[in-house]
Ligand binder design. Structure first.
Ligand code: IPD
Ligand code: CA
Ligand code: CA
Length: 262
């Protein structure tokens, strides 16, 4: 597989930030037993990774703007290109020493996601895609799963917690979909949920209340893996609305039908 110059830049930045996260993740395990806990340490790790990504990408593509989860929006001289970055998706997992987290780098051109990278530096799984060029995991082509029935499907979702999201709505959806599928999962890292749908591990994923940096890279990955992406009104305003549902054509549609009736 020959990587484009753009993707080469994205991969280099992600690997550098990934090394920083892995070093800090090792420390987090030691901090679990301290009374203060690792919370401050983790937000530091998060900011450090973001700084690396920002510096590397700004150096390689001067002019592109940024939306960074921790530092906010930074306008560039190039008004059409913007990086949308989550330096650490799955913070709660990271904080608890659970190795399910990722760096997510999306690139949008005039509001349309055109390149995506999602990297779990602990498992060393690197998911990349560019519009029109397919999706890959560690340089091997990936495709969404081909299952055609909800009964055979394993579906991932977001679960509202501690004042976030509508628990009542989720409970209704769970009651509607739970009995119809092979299994429901909750990873705690939306970027990985999307990457894993692209890789055919999950048959579908839906979540509400997300931010653009949770989704921008994953949208490109799922589409380039042959999957379908929409918001929960079946439109394409995922980044603006913060909700998303993805899967192959049939499973996404059938899941959406069940959720809308719930
Ligand atoms: C969170 C994760 C989680 C999702 C939350 C996100 P963070 O991102 O993606 O899976 O349910 O809505 O905020 O805070 O770990 O970057
Ligand atoms: Ca996130
Ligand atoms: Ca984050």
């Amino acid at each position: 597989m020959i990587r484009s110059p753009l993707m080469t830049v994205m991969v280099q930045a992600a690997r550098k930030a990934g090394r920083s996260l892995v070093r800090d993740f090792g420390e987090v395990e030691n901090l679990q037993v301290s009374l203060k806990g690792p919370a401050n340490f983790v937000s530091n790790a998060d900011r450090k990774a973001e700084k690396i990504l920002h510096e590397e990408l700004a150096k390689a593509r001067p002019g592109f703007g940024f939306i960074l989860e921790e530092s906010g929006e930074i306008d560039g001289t190039d008004e059409s290109h913007r990086w949308i970055i989550d330096p650490l998706d799955g913070t709660t997992n990271f904080l608890h020493g659970i190795p399910l987290f990722a760096i997510s780098i999306g690139l949008v051109r005039d509001g349309v996601p055109i390149a995506g990278l999602i990297f779990n530096p602990v498992t060393d799984e690197l998911f990349i895609a560019e519009k029109g060029a397919g999706a890959f995991m560690n340089d091997r082509r990936i495709r969404v799963a081909a299952r055609r029935s909800l009964a055979d499907s394993v579906i991932s979702c977001g679960v509202p917690h501690m004042g976030r999201g509508d628990l009542g709505q989720f409970a209704r959806e769970y009651l509607a979909i739970g009995p119809k599928v092979s299994g429901l999962r909750r990873t705690g890292a939306a970027a990985l949920d999307l990457a894993w749908v692209a890789a055919g591990r999950f048959d579908a994923f839906w979540e509400r209340g997300l931010s653009p940096w949770d989704m921008a890279a994953g949208i490109v990955l799922v589409r380039e893996a042959g999957g379908y992406v929409s918001d929960l009104d079946d439109g394409d305003k995922m980044l603006a609305k913060g909700d998303i549902i993805v899967g192959n054509e049939v499973i996404r549609r059938d899941l959406l039908t069940v959720l809308r009736k719930a």
